[in-house]
Design a protein around this ligand. Structure first.
Ligand code: 44T
Length: 709
């Protein structure tokens, strides 16, 4: 589409979203990591000088490791890549480096390679970097088990140096773990508030993160999330020393099969600093060969992320540990995914009690103490409610809910429904006034916000409101109904329509009664930090459905930005020339996939230097569309440079105006939204005091920017 009509922003928008999806962001980070590339090149050179002549690169990606092998003198080099996009990219890269005739590229999974159909004979060296933050997440164990059985020459015998043996780079890995206190992880993985803006969350609904609850037996979701711990807002505190989780010998088929068998083991970890135990983090030391290794540790200056295992909160919610306690962790590898599960915490104080218990074996004591620690299960039936991290952070965001409650109650008092106290006589015939206006005189509120939203409950709790909520998931609807019962809300005032059956705008429909809506709540910003697609269309429909004097929440959105210098944002968005890739030409091919809009950022921790003051990029008035400068015209914003440097990116966030006085900031500390940044096509050197012109173009929420003098 872009080729056909490069100016069409629609195609650009889709291309960005597709490109973002087609190739993972870590390709840029990896290829820009000169140290990592050097490490692999030297390890491959060593292996080839020591006699490895035929090489197979499993998961070649852009083909860089195969080119290292060929340049190092391998007689035959084969590469396989299961992703079509990456396979085509690798073809382009090999051609750009005049090596397409020297390396045989296969678009297939290594497990499907047949000898002699695809490769003529078994190889003496397999190179691969099919690892993720949890080491096993890209299937390296399964790939190498198959390779040792079908594609590699037999391994080097312990004694003599028999020629023509098989070898793998990386040769081994050591996985480390650590117990950590991290408020930011806690905020995204455990609902730590018991009441939000007047709504009690109670015990009857059990909120849990998608990580902990597998959606079903066939569901293979990674049991961890990944974070660059050195860039998590608010930082983290180590509660234990790093402990060794397991070692992996990639040159031993037996060791690999043992891991694939998924056995688990129990490790006791002493607590050396007291604190709130929020998660385990895990990383690894990847040994390429005897002399070369690279680490993905949290304190390394490398760009890699760590695996994070949020602790499934024990029912009493607090998991505070003290120095001298022992954290017992179960390590396992079910279907080759690394799992760290908290088994129990043995607190030093209760250990004395344990001493005077009949000395059973340690596991009985552990189990007994585990019961000490967990509160007895509530006998009441608990509704399970699975939430995404953004939904957990939203629920924990009390400022957000208090702000809505204040704004809605202002509307309620201003749009006082006429009291319809119809005359009613009691048994003695005395006249009574109905204090509560009956349902048809209530305000009608429609909440079409995405995800799990308790705003309708907050509104009904204020009284005189009949609320409709478009819960996407059945499980969320059940949980919301349970919450309305717990909070004594009359379900005559609450209706949950499953919007998943209808398309989005169907949920934006006329209210049941012939009245129109008094309040419509729209979601304007996605968790990733972008304006929601077709926001203006939705706002237009919503305006038609409002009763006179009705309100859309929010009524306005203001986009704020600034000019920054940030090497990090550059590194995460495109390959910086041939330097990092040791002279090989990879950048032109892969940078075609570069995506200028970076999302899911925590701006407060992205390394960057502000070069200008904050400025307003865009003002969207959802109540009066004619004031919106969101037409396809380009907007020009004058920006003053307050510090000399190289402008590489324009980070942006939003002020969400619920009404004239109440505003939410999507970049605030409690915000459940992440922020985004536009990385300029070419960085621009600027001097303090200069005034520049930032041209910004919007088209249905796709954005492009250019800086000119
Ligand atoms: C220090 C490295 C590091 C540390 C921590 N975090 C990240 C990293 C960086 N590693 C990124 C791995 C990138 C993903 S794997 C690379 C490419 O290989 C392909 N593939 C995977 C398995 C496989 C197979 N059996 N047969 C053929 N192809 C295969 C994938 O389709 C992908 O394109």
């Amino acid at each position: 589409a872009l080729k056909l009509n490069p100016s069409s922003a629609e195609a650009k928008e889709n291309f960005y979203r597709v490109a973002n999806w087609l190739i993972e962001r870590w390709h840029f980070i990896m290829l820009n990591d000169t140290k990592r590339n050097l490490m692999y090149q030297e390890a491959i050179q060593n292996a080839i000088q020591n006699g490895c002549k035929t090489v197979l690169d499993i998961g070649t990606g852009t083909g860089i490791l195969s080119m290292f092998a060929k340049k190092a003198g391998a007689s035959y080099t084969y590469a396989c890549e299961l992703s079509k996009t990456m396979y085509e990219l690798a073809c382009e890269v090999l051609t750009a480096n005049q090596m397409d005739g020297q390396i045989k590229l296969l678009h297939m999974k290594s497990h499907d390679i047949q000898i002699p159909e695809h490769i003529p004979e078994r190889v003496s060296l397999v190179v691969t970097e099919t690892v993720d933050a949890g080491l096993f997440g890209e299937g390296i164990v399964e790939s190498l088990i198959h390779a040792w059985k079908n594609l590699l020459l037999p391994p080097k015998p312990k004694d003599g140096r028999v020629k023509g043996y098989g070898q793998v780079i990386p040769s081994s890995a050591v996985i480390y773990g650590m117990a950590v206190e991290c408020p930011e992880i806690r905020r995204h993985y455990s609902v730590s508030v018991s009441e939000v803006a007047g709504i009690r969350l109670g015990e009857e609904v059990k909120f849990c993160s998608a990580l902990h609850c597998s959606h079903g037996p066939d569901d293979v979701t990674e049991p961890y999330t990944t974070e660059k711990m050195s860039r998590v807002p608010g930082g983290y505190k180590a509660l234990s020393q790093p402990f060794q989780v397991m070692t992996v010998d990639f040159n031993s088929l037996q060791a690999l099969e043992y891991i694939a068998s998924g056995t688990s083991k129990r490790i006791s970890v002493p607590v050396y600093q007291q604190g709130q135990f929020d998660c385990f983090i895990a990383w690894f030391l990847l040994q390429l060969d005897d002399e070369h290794s690279l680490s993905t540790g949290p304190s390394e200056e490398t760009c890699w992320e760590q695996a994070v295992f949020p602790v499934q909160k024990l029912p009493d919610e607090s998991c505070y540990v003290n120095t001298g306690d022992t954290i017992v962790v179960d390590v396992s590898c079910p279907d080759c995914y690394l799992r760290l599960d908290l088994s129990t915490v043995i607190s030093e104080s209760s250990c004395d009690q344990a001493e005077n218990m009949v000395m059973g074996n340690e596991s009985d004591i552990c189990d007994a103490l585990a019961n000490l620690h967990t509160t007895a299960n509530k006998d009441t039936m608990q509704e399970l409610c699975i939430l995404e991290p953004g939904e957990v952070a939203l629920l924990n965001n009390t400022i957000y809910h208090e702000s809505f409650r204040a704004a809605i109650s202002k509307v309620i008092s201003s749009l006082e429904p006429k009291e319809s106290c119809s005359v009613v006589r009691n048994s003695q015939g005395e006249q009574m006034n109905l204090a509560e206006p009956v349902a048809e005189n209530s305000l009608h509120l429609l909440d079409v916000s995405e995800g799990f939203s308790i705003l309708p409950l907050i509104a009904v709790k204020l009284g005189k409101v009949k609320a409709y909520s478009s819960a996407e998931k059945e499980q969320h609807r059940v949980a919301l109904e349970k919450l309305s019962v717990i909070n004594g809300l009359n379900n005559e005032f609450l209706e949950f329509c499953l919007s998943q059956l209808e398309t989005d705008d169907d949920s934006l429909q006329k209210p049941k009664s012939d009245k129109m809506w008094s309040i419509i709540i729209l979601d304007v910003i996605e968790t990733c930090g972008l304006i929601r697609q077709d926001l203006l269309e939705k706002a237009a429909i919503a305006r038609c459905l409002l009763q006179p004097g009705g309100n859309i929440f929010p009524h306005a959105v203001v986009m704020q930005g600034m000019l920054v210098e940030s090497k990090t944002l550059l590194q995460e968005g495109s390959v910086q020339g041939t330097e990092p890739t040791l002279g090989f030409l990879i950048a032109p091919a892969i940078n075609r996939f570069k995506v200028p809009v970076h999302v899911f950022l925590n701006l407060s921790t992205v390394p960057c230097i502000p070069l200008s003051e904050t400025f307003e990029l865009l003002r969207l008035d959802l109540m009066n569309p004619y004031t919106n400068n969101l037409s396809s015209s380009v907007m020009r914003i004058k920006v003053n440079i307050c510090r000399s440097g190289q402008v590489t990116a324009v980070p942006f966030w939003y002020h969400i105006h619920l009404d004239e006085a109440i505003t939410l900031d999507t970049s605030s500390e409690a915000s459940h939204w992440k922020q985004a940044a536009y990385v300029l096509e070419t960085p621009m050197s600027v001097l303090e005091g200069e005034e520049l012109l930032l041209e910004v173009q919007f088209q249905n929420s796709s954005i492009s920017m250019a800086l000119t003098r």
